[in-house]
Design a protein around this ligand. Structure first.
Ligand code: BGC
Length: 512
């Protein structure tokens, strides 16, 4: 059960819980968020590695030849299904693993699930760094993917469950902040590793061992969450843990809430499996929002940049070095802008951030598409100044993503499900993210080859669609207690209220 923080069934009997923000909570939070560092490192490393000649020569010689052919079509240099499979296989594995991870979280706890993730990360890193053939490389990426599936399910839940309610948002975005730091570290590693021949790519892929080992060692010392302990019948241990993370023995009220929430969720689960319950009309609003947030997050086109920025910059005429350096710059913008989100999210609200970002992303995408249409043709040598202009526009685009769709894609699905369907619902969010990340990773280079600059207009059209979606269907959840979402948000929304029965109606209206 996700986010087993202090919940009460009605706002009326809501109590203030005692306890302070202890160092132990921060330490556990920082360690768990290392899982995001792994995810980010994996996202950021593949684009730089696939731009390295030593790597291409060994695994993708035909791409190497095409890349260096003088008159090769600018947009098609890297179009190779197997090269894309190197990047995308990880997300396919993560997609499948996230369902198993949801069960593991419930049965074995969040801590053990994170430990399992770190073991897969270590194994996958070793296979990739020592790969001598393509199958070994792909199996390594699949292991890393299983790690991501387990880590991305367990870590955000862990963070939500140990956090005192009033800093839940900040602790949750710690995960995304780590994702962005991981991406940045990967691009810095790529920049230096590309100068080391012929083993640079092995160091780059092997570098993932550092966050993986940190997560493994850290997961030995962190606590299990009180919710997970109580959920598995270990009430005494749950209470002791709660006392430790709150820094006080006065935790009766919060402990009772956790126990009540666990009892209720257990009873509801016996009555009906969470996945079946998710199919009910009342579950539709948070489910549609969770899946849509993830699909839209990917159709912003962000991972075209995160995975393939160095490849994209080379397409636009920058050299290997400048391309890798530009990826470091966009990675830095990504980290700083995520901090902006931490500061603003509970002040200005979710909807404003998402809508402002849509405008900023739309302008940047259209401008990049326009410049590429005019100045980067299939067979010319694009000028450096236009390439630099594109790097600047991509920074404008990345910054808006980083304070909106990036963190909120994870935050909103974690705060809008009622407790009884939260874990199952969140696993839908994780797997939708992985599915669409996989599709973008697998298709982007081929799409760029066939659509040329129009690829950016393709993403721009999606941005218009997602802004319309936010305006019409996404309610504001800023400041709404997590256990009051149904009454204060969904039942009052002009559209989603039709998913709920009125007091005088016997049956739920199934028109939503
Ligand atoms: C997304 C990733 C993306 C990253 C960029 C995350 O929220 O899920 O797909 O690469 O943000 O910072």
């Amino acid at each position: 059960m996700a986010g087993g923080f202090a919940v009460s069934k009605s706002g009326a009997d809501r109590r203030e819980f005692k306890g302070k923000i202890t160092w132990y909570v921060w330490i556990c939070g920082i360690i768990a968020a290392t899982s995001g560092l792994m995810f980010g490192y994996d996202i950021g490393i593949s684009g730089g590695v696939t731009a390295m000649d030593d790597f291409l020569l060994l695994f993708f010689p035909s791409v190497y030849v095409r890349k260096h052919r003088a008159k090769e079509n600018n947009y098609c240099k890297f179009d190779d299904q197997r090269l894309q499979l190197f990047t995308s296989s990880l997300y396919l594995a993560a997609l499948v693993a996230s369902f198993a991870a949801s069960r593991a979280c419930t049965q074995f706890g969040r801590k053990r699930t994170m430990q399992a993730a770190s073991v897969f990360f270590l194994g996958g890193t070793a296979l990739c760094a020592f790969a001598t053939n393509l199958p070994m490389l792909i199996v390594g990426r699949v292991c890393l993917g299983v790690g991501v599936g387990f880590g991305n399910q367990a870590a955000p839940l862990f963070l939500s469950e140990i956090a005192p309610a009033h800093i839940r948002g900040a602790l949750n975005i710690l995960f995304q902040l780590n994702v962005t730091i991981g991406i940045l570290l990967a691009s810095i590693v790529n920049y230096f590793a590309s100068r080391v021949h012929p083993l640079g790519w092995r160091y780059a892929l092997g570098g993932a061992a550092v966050p993986a080992a940190a997560l493994f060692l850290g997961s030995l010392v962190i606590t299990e969450t009180p919710t997970s302990l109580v959920e598995r019948g270990r009430d005494d241990a749950g209470r002791r843990t709660l006392e430790k993370i709150r820094g006080t023995a006065d935790v009766d009220a919060e402990f009772e809430e956790i126990r009540a929430a666990c009892d209720l969720a257990r009873a509801l689960r016996e009555e009906e499996k969470p996945y079946r319950r998710l199919m009910r009309p009342e579950s539709r609003p948070p489910l549609v929002i969770a899946v849509a947030m993830q699909v839209f997050q990917q159709f912003t086109g962000i991972n075209a940049i995160m995975f393939y920025a160095p490849v994209l910059f080379q397409t636009m005429g920058l050299g290997t070095d400048s391309s890798l350096l530009s990826a470091v710059v966009t990675g830095g913008v990504n980290v700083v802008s995520t901090v902006v989100s931490i500061i603003l999210v509970d002040k200005v609200g979710r909807r404003k951030l998402l809508l402002e970002a849509c405008v900023q992303m739309l302008v940047a995408q259209t401008a990049v598409g326009g410049i590429m249409l005019v100045h980067v043709r299939a067979d010319n040598e694009p000028s450096r100044s236009w390439a630099v202009a594109i790097v600047v526009l991509i920074c404008v685009y990345v910054s808006s993503f980083a304070w909106s769709w990036g963190p909120l894609g994870w935050l909103i699905p974690s705060e809008t499900f009622p407790l009884e369907t939260r874990t199952a619902g969140f696993s839908f969010a994780v797997s939708s993210n992985m599915l669409f990340t996989f599709l973008i990773a697998q298709a982007f280079l081929s799409m760029m080859c066939s659509m040329h600059a129009f690829i950016f207009f393709f993403f721009a059209v999606w941005i218009v669609a997602m802004a319309t979606f936010v305006l019409a269907l996404l309610p504001e959840t800023k400041g709404v207690p997590i256990d009051e979402m149904v009454d204060r948000v969904w039942r009052r929304h002009w559209f989603w209220k039709r998913c709920f029965a009125n007091a005088d109606e016997a049956r739920v209206n199934d028109n939503c």
